[in-house]
Design a protein around this ligand. Structure first.
Ligand code: 5RP
Length: 226
């Protein structure tokens, strides 16, 4: 928890007056939203858009001004967590089920700051089951197609009830074990009718990864070009 807080709070130091800020979802982003709330109280003048109803509620409780998506043209910076980060900055996201809205935010953001504790840093993606948002219609057929791409998938549940995303869809958690080519897998998955979005985030979307360690060290990493 301490490492998540340290990474998240470091990301908040990048915020400046008049920015439109994208708020991610999850237990690491929670600390970023809390810190943004403190800075707003101290006078930071930003507006925010949220990737989930949960994050929006939290932001409103902390008096962070929320702006409607239709009132903005783009987002200056989005801060969000990840479930895995590979050495090229490709990500698996969606552990909290907000991957579609998160990807929309990040796509429209000039900068994307990923905040993680060091346990999320991996050589290859795939140990963490890849969340895939699918429509409920004919979901068994969609799952059988996912299987042909090499994964065992399980429909996510909350206790005994099907987990529903903020968009009313289901999440298939797909066990690949090792994902060697995230980009091509993402394309293959998204070509299946019924798949709305995947939790694979291409490294081109990522500006900075901030990883914090148990000993309090915080590592700010930018991509090595070439
Ligand atoms: C939610 C996400 C989260 O950012 C991801 O699951 C990491 O969560 P946490 O910060 O709780 O470890 O993608 O959809």
């Amino acid at each position: 928890m301490e490492a998540k807080r340290l990474a998240a709070e470091k990301a908040v130091t990048y915020l400046q007056n008049d920015m439109i800020v994208g708020l991610g979802t999850g237990s690491t982003t929670f600390w970023a939203i809390k810190k943004i709330g403190e800075r707003v109280q101290e006078g930071l003048n930003i507006k925010a858009v949220a990737s989930s109803e949960h994050s929006e509620t939290l932001a409103r409780q902390l008096n962070i001004p929320i702006v409607a998506f239709n009132e903005i043209r783009n987002i200056d910076v989005t801060i969000d967590g990840a479930d895995e980060v590979d050495k090229n900055f490709n990500l698996i996201k969606g552990g909290g089920g907000a991957l579609l809205r998160e990807k929309i935010l990040v796509y429209h953001s000039k900068q994307f700051i990923v905040v993680v504790d060091s346990s999320k840093l991996v050589v290859h993606l795939g140990k963490y089951p890849l969340p895939i948002e699918i429509v409920p219609f004919a979901s068994n057929l969609t799952l059988s197609r996912l299987k042909t791409l090499g994964c065992e998938s399980v429909i996510r549940k909350n206790d005994d009830k099907l987990f529903k995303t903020d968009n009313g869809n289901l999440i298939a958690d797909c066990h690949f074990n090792k994902i060697l080519d995230p980009q091509s897998l993402d394309q293959q998955l998204r070509s299946i009718p019924g798949v709305v979005e995947t939790g694979l985030f291409h490294h081109n979307l990522v500006t900075i990864v901030i990883a914090a360690y148990g000993d309090g060290k915080v590592n700010v990493m930018t991509k090595v070009s070439g």
